[in-house]
Design a protein around this ligand. Sequence first.
Ligand SMILES: Cc1cc2nc3c(=O)[nH]c(=O)nc-3n(C[C@H](O)[C@H](O)[C@H](O)COP(=O)(O)OP(=O)(O)OC[C@H]3O[C@@H](n4cnc5c(N)ncnc54)[C@H](O)[C@@H]3O)c2cc1C
Length: 481
Amino acid sequence: MTVYDVVIAGAGPAGSALAIELASEGYSVLLCDAARFPRDKVCGDYVSPKGLARLAALGCGEAIRGLECTPIRRSRLYLNRDHLVSGVLPRVAGLPAHGHAIPRKELDDILFRRAIGAGAVVRESCRVTGFEATARGVHVSATHEGKACRIEGRLLVGADGATSAVANAAGLRMNDPRYTLASIRAYAHGLTLDHTLMYFDEKYFPGYGWVFPVRPGLCNIGVGMVSEPLVRSGLKLGDFYAKLTRLVHHLASSKGARVEIGPQRGWPIRSYGGATENHFERGLLIGEAGCFVDPINGEGIPLALSSAHLAARTVRAAFQEGRFGKDFLARYEADFRARFDPDLGISDLSVTMIRNRHLLPVWLAIFRTMSLTAQQDARYAEVTGGILGGVIPAREAITPEMFVRALAHGPGFWREALGVGAPGGLSGWLAGGAALLEFQSSLARAIQDDGAWLYEWAREIQSKQKKLGASVLRGVLFEGR
Ligand SMILES: Cc1cc2nc3c(=O)[nH]c(=O)nc-3n(C[C@H](O)[C@H](O)[C@H](O)COP(=O)(O)OP(=O)(O)OC[C@H]3O[C@@H](n4cnc5c(N)ncnc54)[C@H](O)[C@@H]3O)c2cc1C
C-alpha cells in the first residue's frame, strides 16, 4: 500500500493550496475530498486583494483573470434602509487594486486542477472519517465512493472546513456559539453592481448582510450572525435574510431591473476567536477546520491560503528533522499565533463586545459615529474601509491618531451622530433624553435578570484585552509588524 508523505483531507482553498506547495517541492501528497469537483461551497465569494495576491503566487492568477469577474474597489454601507457611507479600497503597494467575488464552484476548481498539475494525487468522493496516529505513521479511515477504505501517510492535514471530521477525531473541533456564525447565501440574477453593499439592521445587529457583484447580472447575497446573540435574542436568521432580499429587490427596481433570487443555502462559519492549538500527534489543522476566519467580516479564503503557507513551513521542518510528534508540530501554533493573534485578536475583541445586545444603543451610536467620521475624513475612511476590505491590518484602527480622528468633532457632528435632534430643537432633545432613560432602565433590568451572563462577558473582555495587549506589543517590539 502506498504511504504518502502528506494526506490532506479537504480540497477547498486551504487543502489545495497546501497540496500545490508541497507537491511542487516533490513531497508525495494525497488530496482527498468528500465531493466531486467542480463543486459549490456556501460562501460570499469575496476574495480580497491579499487573497488574490496569494492565489497569483500559487500560479492561479491567469486562470482567475480568465473568469472576468467584476473588479471590486468600492463599497456602500447601509443601516436599516439608510445609506450611511461609501468607501473606496485604498491602494496598497504590492497588492492588486481590487478584490473579486469569484463563485466558489469556479475558484476551488482552479485550485484543485492546479494541485493536480503540481503533482498531487487526488481522490474525489473520498470522505475522511477518522485517523489513528502511530509511531511510524498515520492510518486514515475514509469512505471512497461509499466504500470503507484506509489510507496511509506520515502526516495528516485536516483542511475539511467548518464541519471538520479530522478536528473532531483529534478532539479539537470548536462548537462554541460565541465564535460560530450562522449564515445564509444565495445568488441574485439580474442585478448588476460595480461595488459591494454591506447591510446592517438594528434589529439583527451585530448580524450583517452583503451583496457582492460577481459579474454583470449576477450578485452573491447573504446574511451572517454570531450564533450566541442570535439564539439568546430569539431572532431568526431567515427573517433577516428576507429583509435583505427586500432591499435587493428595491435596489434592482430603482435601477429598472428585475431580480430572480436562486435557492438559499445555510452553513456555519467558525471564527478565529475559537481557534484551538490546531496541531496533534502527526497532524495539523488548516483553513476553517482550524477556525482561520476573521471574526469581524467572516473572511476565510485569504486566511485559508495563509494558514496553508504557514503549515507548509512546519511540514518541511518535520520532514527535514524526521520528527512528527505533537511537541515538534507545536511550532505551527507558535507561527500562526505570532502571525494572526494581533489583528484577528482585535477583530475577535470587537465582536466579543458587540455580542452584548444589552448595550445595543451604545454599539449603534459608535457605528453611526464611525460612519459619519468616515464621511467627513478621507484618511479615517481609508483605514476603516481598508481593514474591512482586507488590505490594511486591524491594528491600524487602534492608533492614537485614529482615536483622535474618531472623537475630535464639534457639537453639530455629535448631535447628528447621536441622533439628538436639530440645534435648539426642544423635541429632539426630549426624545434623546427619553431614549437615554429607557436605555438606563433596560440596562438596570439586564443587570438584575442576566447578571451571570454579563459577569462572564465582562471577564471575557478583560482577559482578551490582556492577551491582545501582550500580542500586539510582542508584534511591535519583536517582529516589527
Ligand atoms: C455564508 C458564508 C459566506 C462567506 N463569505 C466569505 C467571503 O466572502 N470571503 C471569504 O474570504 N470567506 C468567506 N467565508 C468563509 C469561507 O467560505 C471559508 O472560510 C473558506 O471556504 C475556508 O476554506 P477551507 O479550504 O478551509 O474549507 P472549505 O472551503 O470549507 O473546504 C473544505 C473541503 O473539505 C471537504 N470535506 C469536508 N469534510 C470532509 C471530509 N470528512 N473528508 C474529506 N473532505 C471533506 C469539502 O467537500 C470541501 O471541499 C464565508 C463562509 C460562509 C459560510
